[in-house]
Ligand binder design. Sequence first.
Ligand code: NAP
Length: 338
Amino acid sequence: MKKVVLVTGANSGIGLALCERLLSQDAQLQLCLACRNMQRAEAARQALLVSHPQAQVTLLHLDVGNMRSVLRAAEEFKQKYNRLDHLYLNAGIMPNPRVDHKAFYKGLFSSNVVRMFATGEGLLTQEDKVTPNGLQEVFATNIFGHFLLVRELEPLLCQMDHNSLVIWTSSSNAQRSAFSLDDIQHQKGREPYSSSKYASDLLSLALNRHYNNRGLYSSVICPGLVMTNLTYGILPSFFWTIIMPIMWLIRIFTNTFTLSPNNGAEALFWLFMQKPESLDPMAKYHSLTSGLGNNYTQPHKMDIDENVSEALYVKLLELEDTVRKKLRDEDIDIKAKN
Ligand SMILES: NC(=O)c1ccc[n+]([C@@H]2O[C@H](COP(=O)([O-])OP(=O)(O)OC[C@H]3O[C@@H](n4cnc5c(N)ncnc54)[C@H](OP(=O)(O)O)[C@@H]3O)[C@@H](O)[C@H]2O)c1
């Protein structure tokens, strides 16, 4: 049976590198690139077909921060495919990131330098905004749109004859201190990215609790520090080029500086080769690269709590009801006006 794989945010960075590696591993794969910009998606498809001319690569229009788009995309996907083996929830944003320069320069010359680069802890803030659906944009894109996608694709993910795996691209920047159950969208804070990634860790655990008996498993990865559009949004590319010699030097002492999208995709690729039921629901699988450039994957226990994970899951279900009702009401209004 040909495996079906769906990757969100597949047109650049870690997502695109993952697609390249998946096609090299399994030529029979049916790969679907879910992207918000169809021009960039087509360019990615063409790039993949250059190295894999026989590959079956389709495109799906998906703006994961727009709930109407999520519902439409899921419907289209269900019409095209009757199974889904791996769902990579990889699309992510970190809008208008600000670096606390004082903390940065202090950290650069301290013993904390590796941890500072590896996690961005205490260093990065972002300016979030509200989407037309009335949700915080980072929450909507990094978490809620993906949650709704999983819920919509349940019939394909939960099948009795095989297990499926949902894989979240989380981060070491997922910090317990940035997340609050009283403010799951992070309306009040200045670290929505960290909050959203911590929420993905919690949600993955909850999905395992609620869906394992139906054949759906969920895992979380951290790609390490990777040079992509996302990192170039934090500091300009010339800055990264200037400090690159330092980064390569640090790489001798730490394995979390994966740097290239291909290296960063290691854990995502490794999970593709595993049996979903053999994975540890409490582990975050890290892409790591040794000083000599060898890639490997290592599980680290997540700093998460079963009760908080369940409470978040309940809140997401409630929010899902609210959003669906709002969309239905909007449809009724539009019909009434026509
Ligand atoms: N780079 C790192 O060091 C690092 C570290 C930890 C975690 N991560 C995570 O890795 C994942 C991939 O990021 P990356 O580093 O590869 O950066 P990237 O090159 O910017 O890739 C992000 C992808 O997400 C897509 N995307 C963003 N918003 C979307 C939306 N509303 N709907 C659909 N697609 C959307 C982007 O599409 P467009 O081209 O249309 O923008 C792009 O394809 C993210 O979840 C990120 O948080 C990255």
